[in-house]
Every structure is written in C-alpha cells, then in structure tokens.
Design a binder for this molecule. Structure first.
Ligand code: ZN
Length: 163
C-alpha cells in the first residue's frame, strides 16, 4: 500500500526552490524536511495543486507562475512615506520589515527598500511576488493529520510547532 498526498495529510518533503535564472531561493534537506498539511493553504496554491495525488518517494519538478505563487507585483504597494511615520525607531535601513494593517484589516508585511533623507520607500509586495517559482521536490513522508493539527492549521511535533 502506498501513501498518496490528499487533503488532510501531513506531508514531509525535501525541496529546492529556484527562480528563472536558476538562483537558489530556498530549500529543505532530507535531514530536515519541510512539513505541511495538504489542503490547509500552507504552501503556494500552484504547488499544492501539483502535489495532490503524488506518492511517497516520488520526485517532482513543478513550475508555478506568479498568479499561482506569491501573486503578481502590485505597484500600488510601493510607496514613499516620511521618517516620522516610524516613531521609536532610531535607524531606519533598507531591508527592515514592519507589520502593518491594510484598510481591510489584514496584516501586511512591508519591507523598506530605500531611504533618502526624510523619505522612506516601502514595498508591501511579497519578496517573491511576480516571480515564476521552480520547485524540485521529493516526497519523504505522508501521514494523516491529527484533529488538533487540523484545527490549528499547522503540523505539530518533530519539524513542526511545539506548544
Ligand atoms: Zn498548534
């Protein structure tokens, strides 16, 4: 009997994520596999779809375009604000990230991309927005998620949350 990825399964996988130029963006090794729950929107939609029905031990290459990845780049999420919008922060530098609330009440992460005098340029796009993502994955483990994991929406135990 071979295990197959389906909704509600905890999947362990090794992967390499590269961009269009072959630059390595992220990875998980055999020794420390990445764990997620299929169907819980923990991974980008394009990869989750492609892994549905994949068997344990299978290796798969999946290319995911921006629409099915981290979304397109929105120019509207890039803006320039004044330094005094960041009270209490002594030194504002490119690369710093801040949590902000969108008008709809969603939590959004902004990255500071440029600082010129009093002007701070911020970008609310995900760092991988607008990019085609190339995954090379190997499925290492598949098991049923527990009820507790399903209600929390994340994996517990080895390689997951401890709380
Ligand atoms: Zn939990």
């Amino acid at each position: 009997m071979s295990e197959v990825i389906g909704s509600g399964k905890v999947v362990g996988m090794s992967y390499r994520l590269t961009d269009d130029k072959g630059v390595l963006l992220d990875q998980a090794s055999h020794d420390e596999p990445f764990l997620y729950i299929q169907g819980a929107s923990q991974i980008v939609p394009g990869l989750e779809k492609a892994l549905e029905g994949v068997k344990i031990g299978e290796k798969k290459k999946v290319s995911v375009d921006a629409e099915e990845g981290y979304g397109p780049l929105h120019d509207g999420l890039k803006m320039t604000v004044k330094k005094d919008q960041f009270p209490g922060i002594e030194e504002i530098q490119p690369g710093m990230q801040f949590q902000a609330q969108s008008p709809e009440g969603h939590g959004m992460v902004f990255t500071i991309t440029d600082v010129k005098g009093d002007d701070v340029t911020i970008d609310g796009n995900h760092p991988l927005a607008g990019q085609t993502l190339h995954f090379a994955v190997e499925i290492l483990s598949i098991r049923e998620a527990t009820e507790e994991e399903m209600s929390h929406g994340h994996v517990h135990g080895e390689g997951g949350h401890h709380h």
